[in-house]
Ligand binder design. Structure first.
Ligand code: CO
Length: 297
């Protein structure tokens, strides 16, 4: 009984000392605040597509010249493929653990995905699982994917229309990946916002309802003679090269060409277009701001 009372008193005293002198609290093993950025992409093994990530890397470094910037890929398939060449990228979990081990306490994690789908939710779970844990980062602030809200839809639509204008009898179709995740509603939402601004810009998906057949019928009814296909993807990887621009009968280019219009594909991802890439960097700014004042060194 006496021992317990003594212990309680001791804890109370300690608590009072720590509250009264917050600076002391850091000395009992808590590491000094150190800030870093982790950019997280799906990943690609196509060398041309890597240039698009390099562009995002450049923009992020220009925006945060003082802050160390690391990368992780969410696709285990891509990590394994690059790993076979002896250049294995980190998973988000490994990158966060590694960075925490190197003493980074406050980490802004920016998702370079287009929509907040499965990949993003996995990333969020990983970040939450490590945040505040022993040997983990003290704080993780997550930056949202490109199309994560109504403001994003307007900003992305404006950037896309500026980057890919259409002349008379021409159309532009932005082709996204598509998903059965609820966040897939971002595609028809973007279509609606584009339609308010332009009658010649459309959104399709490699997987899902906005198929090349449906878009072809729509374009034919509008008497479109020439159509440009633009990947609504961070990088122009496998899907862009095969599903959109490929020579197979069921590619977007082939399907639209069969409908009697001249179809061509742009083989560069959104991360290569500075106006769009800059919107990811804006999300990164919000994530860094979310780390709070404590993170500043
Ligand atoms: Co895919």
């Amino acid at each position: 009984m006496i021992a317990r009372t003594f212990r309680t008193t001791l804890y109370l005293t300690l608590a009072i000392v720590l509250f009264a002198f917050p600076a002391l609290a850091g000395h009992g093993g808590e590491r000094p605040a150190k800030q870093a950025i982790l950019l997280v992409a799906f990943g690609t093994s196509a060398p041309e597509a890597q240039a698009a990530y390099a562009n995002l890397d450049r923009l992020a470094r220009a925006a945060f010249p003082e802050t160390p910037i690391r990368w992780a890929f969410t696709s285990s398939m891509i990590r394994a493929k690059l790993g076979a060449d002896g250049n294995r990228p980190d998973s988000p979990a490994l990158a966060l653990a590694r960075m925490a081990d190197e003493g980074y306490t406050h980490i802004a994690v920016q998702a370079l995905h287009v929509i907040p789908g499965y990949e993003f939710h996995d990333l969020m779970r990983t970040a939450k699982a490590l945040e505040g844990k022993k040997d983990g980062p003290r704080k993780v602030s997550l930056g949202m994917p490109l199309l994560s809200g109504e403001d994003d839809l307007a900003d992305v639509a404006d950037a896309l229309l500026a980057a890919y204008p259409a002349k008379k009898a021409e159309a532009v179709v932005f082709v996204g990946h598509g998903t059965d995740h609820p966040a897939g509603m971002a595609y028809p939402a973007l279509q609606a916002v584009l339609a308010e601004r332009s009658p010649a810009h459309f959104v399709g998906t490699v997987e899902g309802a906005a198929t090349p057949q449906r878009i072809a019928a729509r374009l034919a009814s509008l008497k479109v003679r020439s159509v440009t296909l633009v990947p609504l993807m961070a990088v122009a990887g496998d899907h862009a090269q095969n599903d959109i621009a490929g020579k197979e009968d069921d590619s977007w280019v082939s399907t639209l060409s069969r409908s009697g219009m001249k179809a061509s594909a742009v083989l560069s991802g959104l991360a290569s277009a500075d106006a769009v890439a800059g919107l990811w960097i804006e999300h990164l700014r919000q994530a860094v701001a979310g780390l709070g004042e404590a993170a500043h060194q």
